[in-house]
Design a protein around this ligand. Structure first.
Ligand code: ARG
Length: 640
């Protein structure tokens, strides 16, 4: 079935020619663009306005009572009376009996349009079942329109990026969840995505870890629980180091010279070891390499629990010294690199970058800094990937830091490169460690959520008895609990980690979303229907769908929501907010549950065709729910 013939059946005959006029309409991925196209045509005939202007002016209302499309009349810049009068006039002259639109009623300066139930029933489910998991995706978004031959744009998403031998804190958790979502989103929009994990695997703390390893390291413990053991070794040596660090801090605060303090004790050992690493000493590098490899091994296994895999485990250590040299000589040549107190700095204020202060780029002991490594890494990635865009998913605590990184590139004369970079930030999680107890690794966070979820599931004994593999359901649903809690608000908001709330089946939670999916999934199962036969029925008999749904407002509203899903993913690509998808999914599930009492699939005597049509509505909603959940990185469970 092609769109043209589907539309002909309900009395729309000019669709193909309109498509030719509007090559930018996404009619193959967004059903609302079909409506938008036809509405533009009607309004152009009515007003004589430029069709392109009309098309751009038509918007999507944010709630169902406000319509399916809306025209803010002032956007048309019509001459004569006030816009609200124009709105009334347009409504009055709108042609009767349109196949796609109900007769509009003006609302102030707005003209809201409602899709006809007939068209929704005919179009939406067949459209969806032609696409299945591809509904909501749009592979054309990632094509480079300026390229002579078809080319997908390249994007690097850098996320998670924990520090080896250190705690995997809430900031890393959020980066992991949000970053994986953004990567999925760009992939679903046709971009060529590379997922990079930029490990904190370099710096003086590694010198300290190595010193700690000499005293507290155990090969046996390293083999058993490598991440825990490295954490432990680091914690123990760091405890011994703390007093020295305090002493130095105090001296610095009092304006005294700290070099004497830092030339002895653990300070000296740490710095000496890190120097050996930076100068490429074989033994030092070998030990560090072992720690790195073992850690990556464990990370891969843990990320798999979240269905995340990285294309590249990069890290601060991977930056080449030749690139670092190139960065520094460029900064010197531009005259922005200054020597100060034995270190090299950039004074951003001097160049009018207010609030950015001064940053140390190369430290007093001659070691590279986080900033210097980051800038060099950008140059290397540019050579390696020739990316069109690169996104860093990092906590808002590093807002200032990333401004400095991007400005440094500009000061080097690489504004072209800086313009392709974006820091996608997020707020803090309050009280995660204190509420979960002893969590230091990603695996701990996931284990604890799984166990908490398992406890909640056990409380409903009847339902629990029906679950085949409770352990694995608890794992999926527990992970959903953590993720949905994280994605519920705007990224930048802080939120409290609330294990009781997030594992509840009530309210807009992960378990509720999973429950909704399992429930709608059970409808077909109980009716003994397969997804495929339901989809095929809807594709073949769109008219039978009209008979079932067009007089039932709950169903019509569900179809209206289903129709919006591709617009929601398009909006999400612009704002990179997981909550855009999540909020929509909760609206969908609420609408869905309002249909259960009105539309029964089993237990009626109306025959198999009716059963198949009705099942189509539920299967359609289920498919959209699944698509949205997968986009967010959730694994839908079929039963629980
Ligand atoms: N490892 C860093 C941290 O834990 C995050 C790295 C962010 N990415 C970057 N390119 N600086 O804070």
């Amino acid at each position: 079935t092609d769109l043209g013939s589907l539309l002909t059946k309900i009395g729309v005959y000019n669709f193909q020619s309109l498509c030719a006029d509007f090559p930018n309409a996404h009619t193959q991925s967004r059903p609302t663009d079909i409506y938008r196209l036809l509405l533009t045509n009607i309004l152009a005939n009515l007003t004589g306005c430029d069709a392109a202007l009309i098309y751009e002016s038509i918007q999507l209302p944010n709630t169902l009572p406000n319509g399916d499309l809306v025209l803010p009349v002032p956007r048309l810049r019509l001459k004569g009376p006030k816009p609200n009068l124009h709105a009334v006039e347009l409504a009055a002259s709108f042609p009767e009996n349109q196949p796609l639109f109900q007769h509009p009623t003006a609302s102030g300066i707005h003209l809201p349009f409602f899709f006809t139930p007939k068209s929704l029933s005919h179009l939406i489910l067949p459209y969806l079942f032609e696409r299945h998991e591809a509904y909501g995706r749009d592979l054309t978004m990632g094509l480079d329109s300026s390229a002579p031959t078809e080319r997908r744009k390249k994007i690097i998403i850098e996320f998670s990026s924990p520090n080896i031998a250190k705690e995997f804190h809430a900031g890393h958790l959020r980066s992991t969840i949000i970053g994986a979502y953004i990567a999925n989103l760009y992939e679903s929009m046709g971009w060529d995505v590379t997922k990079v994990n930029y490990l904190g695997d370099w710096g003086k703390q590694f010198g300290l870890l190595a010193v700690g390893w000499e005293r507290f390291g155990s090969e046996q413990l390293l083999a058993q629980e490598p991440l825990k053991h490295l954490l432990d070794v680091y914690a123990r040596i760091n405890a011994l180091f703390k007093p020295e660090e305090e002493e130095s801090k105090k001296a610095r605060a009092e304006g005294r010279d700290t070099s004497e303090i830092e030339s002895r004790g653990l300070y000296a050992q740490r710095n000496a070891y890190f120097r050996r690493m930076e100068t490429g000493d074989t033994d030092a590098i070998a030990l560090w390499q072992r720690f790195r490899d073992i850690s990556i091994d464990r990370y891969i296994a843990t990320y798999a629990r979240l269905s995340i895999d990285f294309d590249e485990y990069s890290g601060e250590s991977q930056v080449k010294s030749t690139t670092v040299d190139a960065v520094e000589s460029s900064l010197k040549k531009k005259g922005v690199y200054k020597e100060h107190d034995g270190s090299w700095i950039i004074d951003f204020e001097e160049y009018g970058f207010k609030g950015l202060g001064t940053a140390v780029v190369r430290g007093r002991t001659g070691s590279t800094t986080y900033l210097l490594r980051d800038v060099a890494a950008i140059l290397e990635r540019q050579v390696k990937y020739n990316f069109d865009k690169m996104i860093y998913v990092v906590s808002c605590e590093q807002d200032l830091y990333f401004k400095r990184v991007f400005r440094t590139l500009e000061l080097m004369g690489r504004s072209d490169l800086a313009a392709r970079l974006q820091h996608v930030n997020f707020g803090k999680v309050l009280g995660m460690s204190s509420r979960l107890g002893n969590v230091q690794l990603l695996g701990d966070i996931l284990d604890q959520s799984r166990d908490a979820m398992h406890d909640v599931m056990r409380r409903n004994t009847t339902r629990y008895a029906q679950v085949e593999d409770p352990e694995s359901v608890a794992e999926s649903v527990g992970i959903s609990a953590v993720m949905v809690q994280d994605m519920s608000g705007k990224r930048i908001n802080h939120y409290p980690f609330d294990i009781t709330r997030m594992t509840s089946f009530e309210g807009d939670t992960g378990p509720y979303l999973q429950y909704s999916h399992a429930r709608v999934n059970s409808i077909l199962r109980k009716a003994g229907l397969t997804r495929q036969e339901v989809a095929e029925h809807c594709l073949r008999h769109p008219t039978s769908l009209e008979e079932q749904f067009s007089d039932t407002p709950h169903c019509v509203n569900l179809l209206r929501l289903i129709a919006q899903y591709p617009d929601v993913t398009a909006a999400a690509l612009r704002n990179l907010e997981p909550s855009t998808i999540l909020t929509y999914l909760f609206r969908l599930t609420h609408q869905l549950s309002s249909c259960y009492d009105v539309v029964q699939v089993t237990g009626t005597n109306e025959g198999r065709d009716v059963m198949l049509s009705r099942a189509g509505l539920y299967e359609g909603a289920r498919q959209v729910l699944e698509n949205g959940m997968r986009l967010l990185g959730l694994t839908p469970v079929d039963r629980h």
